[in-house]
Write a new protein. Structure first.
Length: 249
């Protein structure tokens, strides 16, 4: 593969009525073609989801029902979005979710695409590998790298911030092939990123919760990290460790 400086990428972000890639509907799409120095083209559009937007979602992205009235329906803009994505490497924070959202919408309307075949680089996983930000959300990475805010949780604002975060996270690599290589293996995480023990070191999480979480449908990095911690405790004779959820109170 060519040097990273010579490549162009597409950064993608979608806002939805909820968090389900199959059941929820797109209300905003943004994408930008870029390289390490410039942004060459941008696309963004609000989308009429043809359904209500829950208040819980509005609280996050501030896109109201009134804002999407009269906007294009997703089937009307999908051909342009799919054409823009082309066969580029697609960048995003948890990018496979955004691709699945677009692909599911295209499938629903019989619009041809090969999006699931595109190569991707997930800045969430790259941030875990980088390891120097205490929290790997896009908002916290923006602060960590002193990137100017572009308007949180709106699609194009997140795309612009994500591009800058990606540029910072690429600084130790010369080719995308190197990044694909390191991301081909699970990444060891030290902190629980979600659930009732969010922000807590894995080594301090109660054993029963670890056992439960290690069999859930989490991403490969978290499952690898949970199972590695379980093996460590078993090997070290530490299976009594952290079994009392009240021990730190």
């Amino acid at each position: 593969m060519p040097l990273i400086e010579k490549q162009r990428f597409i950064c993608l972000d979608c806002e939805l009525t909820g968090l389900d890639a199959v059941q929820d509907r797109i209300i905003e799409v943004a994408a930008a073609e870029f390289d390490m120095a410039s942004i060459y083209s941008e696309y963004e559009s609000l989308v009429d989801p043809e359904c209500e937007i829950p208040e819980s979602s509005i609280a996050i992205h501030h896109i109201t029902h009134d804002m999407v009235q009269g906007m294009p329906k997703i089937q009307d803009i999908l051909p342009e979005v799919i054409n823009l994505l082309g066969n580029h490497i697609i960048i995003g924070h948890g990018v496979k979710f955004d691709i699945e959202v677009i692909a599911n919408a295209a499938d629903r309307f019989g619009i041809p695409h090969t999006l699931r075949n595109n190569l991707t680089l997930d800045t969430l996983r790259m941030a875990r590998l980088y390891g120097e930000s205490p929290v790997n959300s896009l908002a916290q990475l923006r602060k960590h790298f002193n990137i100017e805010s572009e308007g949180a949780h709106r699609a194009m604002g997140d795309v612009i911030v994500n591009i800058e975060v990606f540029r910072y996270l690429c600084k130790h690599y010369k080719t995308t092939e190197q990044i694909f290589d390191v991301l081909s293996r699970p990444i060891q995480m030290k902190i629980m990123p979600l659930g009732p023990h969010k922000g807590r070191a894995l080594k301090d999480i109660p054993l029963e919760y670890l056992r439960w979480a290690a069999n859930k449908d989490f991403d490969q990095d978290l499952l690898f990290s949970l199972r590695t911690e379980l093996k460590k405790r078993k090997k070290g004779g530490l299976f009594s460790q952290s079994t009392n959820p009240f021990q730190d109170l």
